[in-house]
Design a protein around this ligand. Structure first.
Ligand code: SLL
Length: 227
């Protein structure tokens, strides 16, 4: 059975992804392993918003020097905390409830040290904390109706699409064809009902005229008799 899609709708799903880092304290046992920092790589909602409405799981691919380098997080918070000594690129696959088979691939350069060419956000309450993150939006074209009804209808960021819709017609679902057939049957029934009503009204008019004629004849007959 074909999947029904919310035609003409784009949904923009906000996410924030990146990493937080702090230097390990002097008494941290991991220092023995040559580790210098603790970090957390994450995918979150902006300002703590819940992204589990649309995110089903997140897979983080770490550097191969980590044991179990592929970390799958199936529930929020979608994050991995580790200690280490070096910076590397993390591939992040965001699996949505819609299109779960087609994850959104992001890459994030894990930072332990503030890069010289970028502005750095400092949290005054934790002077040693470095945050490297970015805001992004996953844009879904024509989400499935089920996904839309369950997760998206309360998100204000759904927009009517303005561009051409290529799959119109080619992707007419069985249900849509039935809907159209139903509408046509209803239209034809309405037309028949209208024509029957017109005929009934015509018939009633003729009957009334006949009755009036007969009455008139009766009157005339009576008068003639009395003459
Ligand atoms: C670099 N190209 O040389 C990068 C690789 C890898 C960081 C960085 C492993 C920690 C552990 C770790 O921090 N790897 O031993 O579990 O900078």
């Amino acid at each position: 059975m074909a999947t029904r899609r919310k035609k003409g709708i784009q949904a923009a799903l906000p996410i924030v992804y990146g990493n937080e880092t702090s230097k390990l304290p002097d008494d941290a046992p991991e220092l023995q392993l040559g580790h210098t920092h603790q970090w957390t790589v994450y995918v979150r909602g902006p300002n703590g918003a819940d992204i589990a409405h649309y995110v089903r799981k997140v897979v983080f691919r770490l550097h191969e020097s980590f044991t179990n380098a592929v970390r799958t997080i199936e529930a929020p918070p979608f994050e991995v905390t580790e200690t280490g000594w070096g910076e590397f690129e993390i591939v992040i696959a965001v699996h949505l409830h819609d299109f779960p088979e087609r994850p959104i691939k992001l890459t994030h350069m894990l930072r332990l040290f503030p890069p010289e060419d970028q502005a750095v956000i400092d949290d005054p309450s934790r002077p040693d904390l470095l945050v490297m993150e970015r805001y992004d939006e996953i844009v879904l074209n024509e989400p499935t109706e089920a996904f839309y009804d369950q997760f998206l209808q309360n998100i204000s960021k759904t927009y009517p699409m303005t561009g051409p819709v290529w799959n119109r017609g080619a992707e007419v679902t069985e249900a849509e064809m039935l809907d159209r057939a139903n509408i046509e049957v209803l239209r034809q029934m309405e037309e028949l009902r209208r024509r029957i009503m017109e005929k009934d009204q015509g018939l009633a008019r003729v009957k009334a005229e006949l009755a009036a004629g007969a009455a008139m004849q009766g009157v005339l007959g009576d008068s003639a008799g009395r003459l």
